[in-house]
Design a protein around this ligand. Structure first.
Ligand SMILES: [Cu+2]
Length: 362
């Protein structure tokens, strides 16, 4: 390999020297000191090479694009994922057409208008109509694409539906932690100063919303219902990347971010669809965050809503798994904490509970 590179470098140096010498020849021709020799055959060869590049290059572009199509984005499995794919393909088609037209003109004209003795270039300095056309047409295309994209982005990053399942995703070197808000639908406050060996999320137990919060080793979400991710990081910037859902959102220390989506297929349906019984949705970190970055992988499981609700109700709250932390609960809130930590406490005035106990049990 080294020898090949040295030979290649040597060859390039020779080529550069040859080109410099040629430059001096061309310079003398331009200055009129020297008569051009066999210029006609050079021009003909260069002209034909233009066509060879055109057809060869076009063939390679399309051949490689189809050959590498298995490395394109994976099958979209979320509602907004389809919008993103449509926009991506629209951009590829528009730029693809422009690419083909401009390359054909560029190389064909270079061939057609090659040097001929006695032929002079036509001086054509300005044309207002042409200038307007090639400014207005791309401008309209950009504006249309911008409006479509702005509309989609607004829907993706805007307010999530009221019955959205809230999930907290917390990045740290080098893993993800998942917290659900429990039956009250509200995540308890967190404070980095409260983080310790057990309370790894820094849950603030003076907040009544935290008593039924539960953590989970997997990210489980229902199909066909909005899921709102509240994303934060404990140390450096990470990035929540779930390629099948077309989700990518940075996890920033001190500044929670969010992203909501709706899964279209369950993991089982996706396995059948792709003919791969081992398929799993994957949450990966898309920010080079340190030595163990590659290990920040978590399986995302999508199940039917009914199965999700059952699972949700069966989860043990964080507080009930760590009852020693009851001592951190203010005295007057202890009865409430005891009731809520069983994850069966239903506040009848709470719309989120009713999602589980009324809609959820149908
Ligand atoms: Cu990371």
């Amino acid at each position: 390999m080294d020898k090949l590179l040295i030979a290649l470098a040597f060859g390039l140096v020779l080529l550069i020297i040859y080109q410099i010498l040629r430059f001096f020849t061309i310079y003398s021709i331009v200055r009129g000191k020297k008569r051009p020799t066999n210029l006609d055959s050079f021009n003909k060869i260069n002209g034909i090479l233009m066509l060879v590049f055109l057809f060869g290059g076009m063939f390679l572009v399309f051949w490689y694009s189809s050959k590498a199509s298995e490395f394109y984005l994976p099958e979209s499995a979320s509602v907004h994922g389809d919008w993103i794919d449509d926009m991506l393909w629209m951009s590829i088609y528009i730029t693809g057409i422009v690419f083909v037209v401009t390359q054909v003109l560029l190389f064909y004209f270079s061939y057609k208008y090659q040097y001929r003795p006695g032929r002079k270039a036509y001086f054509y300095p300005h044309n207002n109509k042409l200038e307007i056309a090639w400014t207005v047409v791309p401008a309209i295309a950009f504006i249309v694409m911008f409006i479509i994209a702005q509309d989609a982005w607004g829907k993706i990053t805007g307010k999530a539906p009221d019955d959205a399942v809230l999930v907290e995703v917390v990045g740290q070197q080098f893993s993800w932690e998942i917290r659900y808000p429990g039956l009250d639908g509200t995540l308890g406050r967190d404070d980095y100063r409260l983080i310790d060996a057990v309370n790894s999320l820094g849950m603030d137990l003076t907040d009544r919303a935290s008593y039924d919060d539960f953590t989970s080793p997997q990210l489980l979400v229902p199909k066909g219902r909005a899921v709102m991710l509240r994303i934060r990081a404990k140390d450096v910037i990470h990035s929540v990347y779930i390629p099948h859902f077309r989700i990518k959102m940075d996890a920033v220390p001190g500044m929670p971010t969010r992203f909501h989506f709706e899964a279209k297929y369950t993991t089982e349906e996706m396995r059948t669809k792709l003919g791969n019984p081992d398929f799993e949705f994957e949450l990966a970190c898309a920010e080079i965050c340190g030595r163990g970055h590659f290990a920040m992988r978590m399986v995302v499981t999508v199940v039917e809503e009914e199965e999700f609700n059952t699972w949700y109700r069966e989860q043990q709250s964080w507080l009930s798994r760590n009852p020693e932390y009851l001592s951190k609960v203010p005295g007057d809130l202890k009865p409430l904490a005891r009731a809520k930590m069983e994850n069966s406490y239903v506040d009848s005035s709470n719309s989120f509970s009713s999602v589980f106990f009324i809609n959820g049990s149908k």
